[in-house]
Design a protein around this ligand. Structure first.
Ligand code: ADP
Ligand code: MG
Length: 455
C-alpha cells in the first residue's frame, strides 16, 4: 500500500541527490512530484517534455532503484508532463530545495563582493549552470577538477564557440575551489591580460615581479587562450609559468574557441602541453536544450513566459546562450516597461532586430571554412593524395555538402579534386558511420557547423 506520495518522493530524492551533481539535481528534479501509484507503476509529474526525456532515459536507473529501495513493489516509473507556473510567489514546499533558493537569494548581495584579487565573479557558479548533453562532459570534468585540483585532469582544456558557457564554467571552478578552501590561491584571467601584464612588466623593468606572481598560484585559469596566437615571446614566457606550476602540482585550466591543434601560430611545445591533460568541448545546444535553458533562466528571474513565446525565442535564437539570455532580457525588460504580459506579436517585434535573416550557405563557403578550420590552403583539399591530414578534411567536406546542403554526389566529386561520384558516396557513408563511434569527430564536425552558421 502506498499512500504518502510526497514522503515517498522526498525520500527518493534524498537518495538520488548525492549521486547527481548539484546543478543537475536542481535542473532535472525541481518541480517534480509523484501523482499516482497503480499496479506497481509510479507516475511522476514533470514540468516539461525535456525533463521527461532526461528522467526517463539518463536518470531512469537512479529513480527506479531509489524508489524500489523504499518500496519493493514498485516496478516502473512513468512520467507525465504538467506545466506549472514558476514558484516565485509561492511558499517553498519542498525542503530539499531550500538551500538552493537561499543561494539564489544571496546572489544580489554577493555580486557586490566580486573577488577582485582572484578576479572571480560570484554569479558564475555550478548552481547557476544548466547541464544538458551539449555541455555535459565539460561540466563533469570541471566539477571533478574543482573537487580535486592539481591531481585529476591537469591541465584541463575547455573549447567551444562564443557564448556557450566557457567563461561561466571556468569561473565556477574558481568560485567552487575558493568556497571549499579559501586558502587556495586562485587566479582567473584572460590570455590578453597575461600578455598585457607581461608587456607592462618589461616596460617597467620589473619582470622578476611578473615571474614571481604567476608562479605562486595553486589554480591558474587562463581564458580564451586563442589570443596567444602568433605572440611567440608571450608564449615562451607562458611556457615557463606553465611548467613551474605544473611541476608543483598546481592546477592549470584553459579555454579556447578551438582545440589546440587548430590554433594557428601556437608553438608545438605548448600544444603538446595542452593536449597532455584533459580536453573537453562544449557544442551547440539543440532546440529542446535552448528551451530548457530559457525556462531555467526565466524561473531564476521569477518571470512567467508562455510556452509559445519560449518556443519562438528558442527557434529563432540559435547562435548561443548569451544571445538567448539577451533575448530573454529584452522580453522581460519590455514587459516591465509596458507594464503587462507580452503576447507573441510583441515578442516578434522586439526580437526582430536580433533575428538574423536566413542566409544561403554555398558549397564554396563550406569548403573555405573547412580549409580554414584545419589550417590548410583550400586547394590542398583537391590534391591527389592518401595523406590523412588531407583525406579527412576532404571527407568531412563531402559529408557536409551532402548531409547539410543536399548537394549532388557528382557535383561534390567534381568540386573536390575531380573525383568520381562514388568517392563522394564513400566519403559520406564513412563519415556517417564514423560519427556514430567517434565522439571527438562528431564534436569537430559540430564545431565546423557552428562556424558555417556564424559565417
Ligand atoms: P563563452 O565564455 O563560451 O563565450 P560565457 O561563459 O560568457 O560564454 O556564457 C555566455 C552567457 O551565457 C553567460 O551569461 C553565461 O552565464 C550564460 N551561460 C552559458 N552557458 C550556460 C549554462 N549552461 N547555464 C546557464 N547559463 C549559461
Ligand atoms: Mg568567454
Amino acid at each position: 500500500m502506498l499512500d504518502n506520495f510526497e514522503k515517498l518522493w522526498r525520500d527518493a530524492l534524498f537518495e538520488i541527490e548525492p549521486n547527481v551533481s548539484k546543478a543537475n539535481f536542481s535542473t532535472w528534479f525541481k518541480d517534480t512530484y509523484i501523482s499516482k501509484y497503480e499496479d506497481g507503476v509510479v507516475t511522476i509529474n514533470v514540468p516539461n517534455d525535456f525533463v521527461k526525456e532526461w528522467l526517463s532515459t539518463k536518470y531512469y536507473k537512479f529513480v527506479i532503484s531509489s524508489l524500489r529501495n523504499l518500496n519493493p513493489s514498485i516496478r516502473h516509473a512513468d512520467y507525465l508532463i504538467v506545466s506549472r507556473p514558476p514558484q516565485t510567489n509561492q511558499p517553498e514546499k519542498k525542503s530539499y530545495f531550500k538551500q538552493q533558493r537561499n543561494n539564489e537569494e544571496q546572489l544580489g548581495f554577493q555580486e557586490l563582493n566580486t573577488d577582485t584579487e582572484a578576479n572571480l565573479n560570484p554569479k558564475y557558479t555550478f548552481d547557476s549552470f544548466v547541464v544538458a548533453s551539449f555541455n555535459e562532459v565539460a561540466h563533469s570534468a570541471a566539477a571533478a577538477v574543482s573537487k580535486n585540483i592539481g591531481n585529476l585532469y591537469n591541465p584541463l582544456f575547455i573549447y567551444g564557440g562564443v557564448g556557450l558557457g566557457k567563461t561561466h564554467l571556468l569561473q565556477a571552478i574558481g568560485n567552487e575551489t575558493k568556497k571549499n578552501n579559501p586558502a587556495v590561491k586562485v587566479q582567473y584571467l584572460t590570455s590578453e591580460k597575461f600578455a598585457n601584464d607581461y608587456v607592462l612588466s618589461i616596460q617597467n623593468k620589473n619582470i622578476h615581479i611578473f615571474k614571481e606572481k604567476y608562479r605562486k598560484y595553486n589554480l591558474l585559469i587562463v581564458d580564451d587562450i586563442q589570443f596567444f596566437s602568433d605572440k611567440l615571446k608571450i608564449q615562451e614566457e607562458f611556457f615557463h609559468v606553465f611548467n613551474a606550476l605544473y611541476d608543483g602540482n598546481n592546477q592549470i585550466i584553459f579555454s579556447s574557441d578551438k582545440p589546440p591543434q587548430y590554433i594557428v601560430g601556437l608553438e608545438d611545445r605548448l600544444k603538446s602541453r595542452f593536449e597532455g591533460g584533459m580536453m573537453v568541448d562544449i557544442s551547440q545546444p539543440s532546440l529542446e536544450e535552448r528551451m530548457a535553458i530559457l525556462r531555467v533562466k526565466m524561473q531564476q528571474r521569477g518571470y512567467l513566459i508562455s510556452d509559445e513565446i519560449i518556443d519562438f525565442i528558442a527557434k529563432n535564437i540559435k547562435e548561443n546562450i548569451r544571445e538567448l539570455e539577451g533575448a530573454l532580457n529584452s522580453v522581460i525588460g519590455q514587459s516591465k516597461i509596458r507594464g503587462r504580459v507580452l503576447g507573441l506579436v510583441d515578442v516578434e517585434e522586439i526580437l526582430k532586430r536580433k533575428i538574423k535573416p536566413v542566409r544561403v550557405v554555398t558549397a564554396d563557403s563550406v569548403i573555405k571554412i573547412i580549409a580554414n578550420y584545419y589550417n590548410m590552403e583550400e586547394k590542398k583539399l583537391n590534391e591527389k593524395t592518401r595523406r590523412q591530414e588531407i583525406v579527412k578534411p576532404r571527407q568531412i567536406a563531402m559529408y557536409l555538402l551532402r548531409n547539410d546542403l543536399n548537394t549532388s554526389y557528382p557535383y561534390i566529386g567534381r568540386r573536390l579534386g575531380q573525383k568520381d561520384h562514388t568517392t563522394a558516396i564513400h566519403a559520406y557513408k564513412k563519415i556517417t558511420h564514423d560519427i556514430k563511434n567517434d565522439k571527438k569527430l562528431e564534436q569537430e564536425i559540430n564545431n565546423i557547423r557552428e562556424m558555417i552558421s556564424k559565417n
